[in-house]
Ligand binder design. Structure first.
Ligand code: SF4
Length: 454
C-alpha cells in the first residue's frame, strides 16, 4: 500500500478539483433568484452575518441591475466578500436564517448572488474605495499589520480608507492566509486568492512585505518603534498532536500541511495513500478527507470521537465528504498507530460512548475500553490547531494557552499593540476574522486620534 503522488492524469485532477459551487449561468438567472427575495425589513440574513452585510440591499441592487452598487454594499461590510461567497458556511449563517426556510422553500441563494456581483467587480477591477490622502488632519500615520490573512487584510483596508499608511508583514510568499493556504482547492483556487488579495490592496496605501516572519525576520519591539500602532492577525497554525504511539511514523501527516501542500505545490506533487484515515470532523478534516479522495486515494475513512450531533463541520460539508465516498466512523478515537519498517500499517481505535457535557457544552466522549483496528497506509491528523504559544510568550503578550488576550478595544497588554482573528479566538470562520479586522482598525483609529490629542 504505497503513498505516492501523481496518481491521476492532469484532466482527472482538473475535473476532481473543479469549482464545487458553480456561478449563475447568466444575468437573467441571477436576477430571477434576486427577485424572489422578500427584502425583509428586519433581515435575519443580515443579522446572522458576522460582518452584517446588508443582504436585502445588495440583492435589490442586483434585481435592479445596479451591480456596482451591489458590490460596494457587500465590500463595505466585508472586503473579502468575494472569497466568503465561496467558503462561508452559509447554511448555518445567512442562508440558514432566510425566512424561506420557515416556508419550507429553498432559501435565497445569497452566497451565489454575492459571488455574482463581487466576481464582476473583481473582473472589471472597479475602484470602489480609495486611500484617503489627508488623514485625520494630523499628518501621515503608519500602522504595521502582521499577517496578510482575512483579519490583517480587513484591518489594513479600513485603515487605508481612513488615510493611514499600512505595511503588512506576511511570513508566506502569498497573502490571503487561511483562504490561500488552508481551504480545499475546489472551493477557491490559488489564482482566485491571489486576485482577491490584489483587488483588496488596489485602493493604495497598503504595502505587503512577504517572507517576513514575526519573531524571526521582524520583532514586535522593532515594529512598535517604527509605527504608530501594530495589529497582530497572525492566526493559528500548529496542528494539535494526537499524543499516541506511532505518531512519528512515515505516513502520518498534519491536515493543515497536507492542504497547504496541495495549494502551494499543485495536485500532482502531493503524495496520498491507498487507504487513508482522517482524524477529526471539523471543516479542515472534511477538506483533507475530500481532497485525499480527489487526489486518488482508494479509501478514505473519517473518525470522530463524538457523534454527528456534536461535530463542528456543517451537515452540508459532511454531505460533500459522503458524496465523495468517504466513510465515517462515529464514536472512535485514535489509540495507537502501528507500523512496519517505519511506515504506517494500522490504526488502532478506541470505541467511545457519550458522557456528560464538557466545557464546550457538547457531550464528552468516554472510552468504553473496546478497540478496533483499520488497515491504513496514511493517517491525516485534523484534530484542531493550536496557537503560536512560543511566539506569543516570547513577545510578552498576555495570553491564555497561547491565544492572545485583548480587551474590549482589541488592545493587548502592550500599549499600541492590537490583535484579532484566530490568534485571539483560537480559530473561527474567515468571515469572523474579517469582522475582527474591522474592529481592530476602528480601535486603532481611536487610539491614534487620542494619542494625537494628548
Ligand atoms: Fe431576502 Fe431571505 Fe434575507 Fe428575507 S431573509 S431579506 S427573503 S435573503
Amino acid at each position: 500500500m504505497p503513498i505516492i503522488n501523481n496518481r491521476l492524469t492532469q484532466e482527472q485532477y482538473e475535473a476532481n478539483f473543479a469549482d464545487i459551487h458553480p456561478p449563475f449561468e447568466n444575468k437573467t438567472a441571477a436576477q430571477l433568484e434576486a427577485s424572489r427575495c422578500l427584502f425583509c425589513y428586519d433581515a435575519p440574513c443580515t443579522k446572522s452575518c458576522p460582518t452584517h452585510i446588508d443582504v436585502p440591499k445588495f440583492i435589490k441592487q442586483i434585481a435592479t441591475e445596479n451591480i456596482k452598487g451591489s458590490a460596494k454594499t457587500i465590500f463595505s461590510s466585508n472586503i473579502m466578500g468575494a472569497g466568503c461567497s465561496k467558503v462561508c458556511p452559509v447554511e448555518k449563517l445567512c442562508e440558514g436564517s432566510c425566512v424561506f426556510n420557515l416556508l419550507n422553500e429553498p432559501p435565497i441563494p445569497i452566497a451565489k448572488l454575492q459571488r455574482y456581483s463581487t466576481e464582476i467587480a473583481m473582473k472589471e477591477n472597479w475602484k470602489l474605495f480609495e486611500h484617503r490622502k489627508a488623514p485625520l488632519g494630523v499628518g501621515v500615520k503608519k500602522v504595521a499589520v502582521v499577517g496578510a490573512g482575512p483579519a490583517g487584510l480587513s484591518c489594513a483596508h479600513l485603515l487605508s480608507r481612513e488615510g493611514i499608511d499600512v505595511t503588512i508583514y506576511e511570513k508566506e510568499s502569498k497573502g490571503g492566509g487561511l483562504m490561500t493556504y488552508g481551504i480545499a482547492a475546489y472551493k477557491v483556487t490559488p489564482q482566485f486568492c491571489e486576485d482577491e488579495v490584489n483587488y483588496i490592496i488596489s485602493l493604495g496605501g497598503i504595502e505587503i512585505k512577504y517572507n517576513q516572519e514575526l519573531g524571526k525576520d521582524i520583532s514586535l519591539a522593532q515594529l512598535k518603534k517604527e509605527y504608530d500602532a501594530v495589529y497582530l492577525g497572525i492566526g493559528v497554525g500548529v496542528a494539535r498532536q494526537l499524543d499516541i504511539p506511532g505518531e512519528k511514523l512515515e505516513g502520518v501527516v498534519d491536515a493543515i500541511k497536507f492542504i497547504y501542500d496541495i495549494r502551494a505545490n499543485g495536485y500532482s506533487s502531493v503524495p496520498v495513500g491507498d487507504k487513508v484515515a482522517v482524524i477529526g470532523m471539523g471543516m479542515t478534516a472534511i477538506d483533507a478527507a475530500t481532497q485525499a479522495k480527489r487526489l486518488g486515494a482508494k479509501e478514505v475513512t473519517m473518525l470522530y470521537r463524538r457523534t454527528e450531533a456534536e461535530m463542528s463541520c456543517t451537515k452540508h460539508e459532511l454531505d460533500i465528504a459522503m458524496l465523495d465516498g468517504c466513510e465515517i466512523i462515529w464514536l472512535a478515537a485514535p489509540k495507537k498507530i502501528k507500523g512496519s519498517a517505519g511506515k504506517v500499517k494500522q490504526l488502532v481505535c478506541s470505541k467511545m460512548k457519550l458522557g456528560e457535557p464538557d466545557a464546550s457544552g457538547r457531550r464528552s466522549p468516554v472510552d468504553t475500553g473496546e478497540t478496533f483496528s483499520l488497515d491504513v497506509d496514511m493517517v491525516i491528523k485534523a484534530a484542531g490547531q493550536v496557537p503560536f504559544e512560543n511566539l506569543v510568550k516570547k513577545s510578552r503578550l498576555d495570553n491564555k494557552n497561547g491565544k492572545i488576550v485583548i480587551n474590549d478595544n482589541c488592545a493587548t497588554n502592550i500599549k499600541g499593540v492590537f490583535a484579532g482573528g484566530d490568534a485571539v479566538n483560537g480559530g473561527k470562520e474567515v468571515v469572523d476574522a474579517v469582522q475582527a479586522g474591522k474592529d481592530g482598525a476602528a480601535a486603532i483609529l481611536k487610539y491614534i486620534t487620542r494619542k494625537d490629542a494628548k
